[in-house]
Write a protein that binds this ligand. Structure first.
Ligand SMILES: *Cc1c(COP(=O)(O)O)cnc(C)c1O
Length: 382
């Protein structure tokens, strides 16, 4: 089956008792057993719920995976993956990482004796140089947030395999519509399903997909033991969101392209970071591993003034000033004062997050309205 058909049908059958076309929301905490231990694989809903099982099968199909597992948030999924490790183990992660992952690695898991190294993964030598006999995992995000760097997944996986390391890709920014890391040999794909997968900014959820039976068994054990599993209502909503993932992503990409080109030609705009531009330093890798370039764009102003960025972000009317991304509605964010405010100024500027950097999650509204909105907001800067 092709992507759009899987997004609508995978893991879902009409309800056998009534023929209901939509998977029911099995709002239950437990299941009746005929005799002790005699149940249909469902004993207690922390471990398993039929609505969640249908969603997990649908997600696995979209990532071309054997197994899918859902969590109550993206961070819940990331937490379970790090719990595969034991004290003394080391992880090599991308330096341009989602702030919440960076916080969990450095503030929570470092207390349990797990060591994290943050390296620029453009330089594959830098990965090789950081590997020692305690290294167990490579953790990659691509495209990165907010600098939109692209990391070569196949090349990273090759290094991971050579050194017997677990390779993990946080595929939140791309979604399975744009790239399937397991097809490139990665061991684990994780998602904040809160973003593009659900797509309607009304659920917090996480997911993991893998083809590796042993890793799946361990992760399912951790999920049930530690308990960050999602409820049936949220599972239903994400499954409904997934039904339009391919249609939404097509429009996100189309609008993203139009907005990126508009900004690039605007006299007040400085740099525009979007992997679809031929002059993007990793355009060739993006073209190789992604189906299209997505709706995430970052840009700076020529003045690079904090005040000008603030004026712009406060004057858009269609783009709402908010954290998060991947919903049908367009959002604008100012990383220096919002998502990346906790990073010391010198370090922040070194990674490219300058005072005027703005990040757009381009939604699926009409292209003309999005461009007109940016035009009038840019005009407010004097
Ligand atoms: C949002 C996000 C997360 C965390 O997911 P939650 O659902 O908010 O817990 C992890 N990685 C990336 C890239 C994200 O954007």
């Amino acid at each position: 089956m092709k992507f759009g058909t899987k997004a609508i049908h995978a893991g879902q059958e009409p309800d056998p008792t009534t023929g209901a076309i939509m998977t029911p929301i099995y709002q239950t905490s437990t299941y009746v057993q005929h005799a002790p231990g005699d149940h249909k694989g469902y004993a207690y809903a922390r471990g398993k719920n039929p609505t969640r099982v249908a969603l997990e099968a649908c997600l696995a199909a979209l990532e071309n995976a054997k197994h899918g597992l859902c969590f109550s948030s993206g961070m819940g999924a990331a937490d379970a993956i790090i719990k595969l490790l034991v004290p003394g183990d080391e992880v090599i992660a991308t330096d341009d990482l989602y702030g919440g992952s960076y916080r969990m690695f450095t503030k929570v898991f470092s207390k349990y004796g797990i060591v994290f190294h943050f390296v620029d993964m453009h330089d594959l030598d830098a990965i090789e140089k950081t590997i020692n006999d305690k290294t167990k995992m490579i953790w990659v995000e691509t495209p990165t947030n907010p600098m939109m760097k692209i990391i070569d997944i196949a090349a990273m996986v090759e290094i991971a395999k050579k050194h017997n390391l677990i390779s993990v890709i946080d595929n939140t920014f791309a979604s399975p519509y744009l790239q399937n890391p397991l097809d490139m040999g990665a061991d684990i794909v994780m998602h904040s399903a809160t973003k593009y997968l659900n797509g309607h900014s009304d659920v917090i959820m996480g997911a993991i997909c893998t083809n590796n039976d042993a890793l799946y068994e361990q992760l399912a054990f951790i999920a049930n033991s530690c308990g960050a599993t999602p409820g049936p209502q949220d599972s239903f909503l994400v499954m409904r969101g997934l039904k339009t993932l391919h249609v939404r992503m097509e429009r996100h990409c189309q609008n993203g392209k139009a907005v990126a080109h508009y900004l690039k030609n605007h006299p007040k705009v400085g740099k525009v970071y979007w992997p679809g531009f031929e002059e993007h330093p990793n355009h060739a890798v993006a073209k190789k591993q992604m189906r299209d370039f997505g709706g995430m764009i970052s840009f700076t102003l020529k003045t690079d003034s904090f005040e000008d960025a603030s004026t712009l972000a406060s004057n858009t009317k269609v783009f709402s000033l908010a954290e998060s991304l991947g919903g049908v509605e367009s959002l604008i964010g100012h990383p220096a004062s919002m998502t990346h405010a906790s990073i010391p100024t010198q370090e922040r500027i070194k990674t490219g997050i300058t005072d005027s950097l703005l990040r757009l999650s381009v939604g699926i509204e009409d292209e003309e309205d999005l461009i007109e909105d940016l035009r009038q907001a840019l005009e407010k800067i004097v």
